[in-house]
Write a protein that binds this ligand. Structure first.
Ligand SMILES: [Zn+2]
Ligand SMILES: [Zn+2]
Length: 267
């Protein structure tokens, strides 16, 4: 039983074939998935997908790309959205200096508002960070100093220092299909050093399909390829990797009910 800890089921590539995507996930042994909020004006759609399926949960957040248009300066609207039982996390949020679609200061302000929402609700923070290792680490450590919050770095692609900082703060690290790419040797080196009890796996679908599906539209079923690669790097069986990452998911996202995934897997 696998969990895809980060996908975008509301994006058109997947939303147009929702029942097919869910059916193929089930066949591949993916018993649950977390579909991620990226804009508040799209949140109703994201939440509706989670409402339709017992084994799909959602998060609420504003992607750093959208900070310019929708960035939050307070946690209020995010906290309000978490009252729904299927909303189990805050994000995705963070810093993206690779694309820099939004000014850095606005990304940082919105990031801190999301952290405040995570701290106040106790729901995990889902961090997106790209080409912003130093600034992401600084904000996480600074905010952690004001009060603890649970969280993870999703689609990990940073350097070893961010991994070290995140682990020291008690955070988890989620690995995407990038780990299967030929050029990702430095990521594989980092994954070998991340403790098994802090690892999650994800697709970030519809993007970043893992080898051997590279170039195709990614979907939750393909997380199995990423899990197989991570198992190989950790020197454990696929079954052990599945058990550990599923355990980690429900430990971190404690609002999600494991029984719903188990029911979906057996149905
Ligand atoms: Zn992301
Ligand atoms: Zn994402």
């Amino acid at each position: 039983m696998l969990i895809d800890s980060h996908c975008h089921l509301d994006f058109p590539e997947l939303a147009t074939d929702e029942s097919g995507v869910l059916a193929r996930a089930k066949t591949a042994g993916v018993a649950g998935m977390l579909t991620i909020g990226t804009r508040l004006d799209q949140f109703d759609k994201v939440r509706a997908i989670a409402e339709r399926h017992g084994n799909v949960w959602c998060s609420v957040g504003v992607h750093p790309h959208e900070a310019k248009e929708e960035g939050q300066s307070t946690p209020d609207r995010l906290i309000e959205a978490t009252r729904h039982p299927k909303v189990i996390g805050i994000g995705e949020t963070g810093l993206d200096f690779y694309y820099e679609h939004s000014p850095r200061a606005e990304q940082a302000e919105s990031f801190r508002a999301h952290i405040a929402a995570s701290r106040q609700t106790g729901l995990p923070l889902i961090v997106h960070t790209r080409d912003a290792d130093q600034e992401t680490g600084d904000i996480l450590e600074d905010e952690y100093g004001k009060g603890a919050f649970p969280g993870l770095i999703h689609c990990f692609s940073s350097g070893p220092e961010v991994a070290r900082q995140a682990l020291a703060l008690g955070m988890y690290i989620s690995i995407s299909g990038i780990v299967t790419f030929k050029a990702a040797e430095s990521l594989r080196t980092i994954v070998r050093d991340i403790p098994l009890d802090r690892l999650l796996v994800e697709t970030d679908a519809p993007y970043l399909a893992p080898v051997p599906k590279r170039g195709k539209t990614n979907e939750p079923a393909f997380v199995a390829h990423t899990a197989a690669k991570v198992a190989e790097l950790k020197g454990v069986t696929v079954a052990e990797l599945e058990a550990a990452t599923t355990e980690n998911f429900f430990k971190l996202f404690s609002k999600a009910q494991r029984a719903q995934a188990e029911r979906a897997a057996c149905a």
